[in-house]
Design a protein around this ligand. Structure first.
Ligand SMILES: [Cu+2]
Length: 164
């Protein structure tokens, strides 16, 4: 789960999907145009920089999870949030509904140790400030829930495999 920034401030749609191992799906790379690059890693503990983007043991996992943490984002990420160009993305889909992250969509583009299912965007919501831009620095923004595209499948898969 990350805050992505500097794309178009939107979630990917079905038009962003392409074939992965012969199956139509949206990978994180496919979604870059819409959601942009990782600005903050929404980990449960430890660092929150983009360098920890694939620290799978420090992210909430499972079909249902609750997480609460207060963090500081960089000035750059804060600016993108205020400019409506930040998106929360939760990764990990069980495309073939077999209860695990496997290579049905091929190896992951970000790290071939992680299957594409483990890193593909599952849920996405743009961060939107409800007040005019001049009032935004003092406003807390909240994500709006939404699916990334009608072709994206989600499921209650297990925790992602450890990369090591
Ligand atoms: Cu992400």
């Amino acid at each position: 789960m990350h805050i992505h920034v500097k794309g178009s401030g939107e979630c990917p749609t079905a038009d962003d999907s392409r074939l992965h191992n012969g199956r139509l799906a949206t990978s994180t790379t496919d979604g870059l145009r819409a959601h942009g690059a990782i600005g903050t890693s929404l980990t449960t503990d430890g660092g929150t920089s983009p360098a920890g983007a694939l620290a799978v043991d420090r992210f909430p996992a499972g079909g249902t999870s609750t997480s609460s943490r207060t963090i500081a984002v960089t000035d750059d990420v804060a600016r993108q949030v205020r400019d409506d160009n930040a998106v929360v993305v939760i990764h990990g889909i069980d495309y073939n509904e077999n209860g695990e992250y496997d290579s049905v969509l091929d190896a992951g583009e970000l790290n071939p140790v992680l299957p594409q299912e483990a890193t593909a965007p599952a849920l996405c919501g743009p961060l939107r400030c409800p007040l005019p831009a001049l009032a935004r620095p003092a406003v807390r923004c909240t994500p709006t829930a939404g699916r990334t595209g009608r072709d994206v499948r989600t499921g209650p898969g297990p925790a992602p495999p450890s990369p090591g």
